[in-house]
Ligand binder design. Structure first.
Ligand SMILES: [Zn+2]
Length: 167
């Protein structure tokens, strides 16, 4: 699936249920999709899982990770649900976040979806409108807090949208 299509699917989901609220209400989106979300203890190097339990779809989030990471994981797993419905199980290890190019294109697709859902292009552009590149750099921490993501995730996002000078 190409990146534009993935981004469009994330935007459609955001506008259908979240309707422009920032930070994006992922719990509401999951609920609207009929997904049960559970936060709990998971094996150390696993960030999240999505699986079927009877007729229910369940997303499990590793509660031992920082809250912003848990949000990214939930967004990523929602991506699997929307993009890869044919799959009934996916385990997302921390390694895949650190090294997303490690072979499984579904993981890269879910990450691209997650970034668009958590940090909608239009909302990011509005937030940095009229700022110089240096001003954007100095606002990364504030932007990350506003959107409920890590500074690293925000930095990548800004770079992807070509709003951030990568050194
Ligand atoms: Zn995954």
């Amino acid at each position: 699936m190409n990146k534009a299509k993935i981004a469009a699917m994330a935007r459609d989901l955001e506008s259908a249920y979240n309707k422009g609220n920032i930070p994006v209400n992922l719990e509401l989106i999951a609920e609207e999709l009929g997904i049960l979300v559970r936060h709990g203890k998971i094996n150390n190097d696993v960030s999240g899982v999505i699986f079927k339990e009877g007729t229910e779809t369940v997303i499990g989030i590793n509660e031992g990770e920082p809250p912003e990471r848990q949000r990214f994981t939930l967004s990523h797993e929602i991506g699997h649900f929307v993009l890869h419905r044919e799959r009934d199980l996916c385990v997302t290890s921390q390694r895949l976040f650190r090294k997303p190019a490690s072979g499984d294109f579904r993981e890269m697709e879910a990450n691209a979806f997650a970034a668009e859902l958590l940090m909608p292009k239009q909302a990011i552009e509005n937030a940095v409108l009229k700022l110089s590149a240096d001003e954007v750099v100095s606002k990364v921490s504030e932007l990350a807090k506003t959107f409920g993501v890590s500074e690293q995730a925000m930095t990548y996002r800004l770079a992807n949208l070509q709003l951030f000078p990568m050194s």
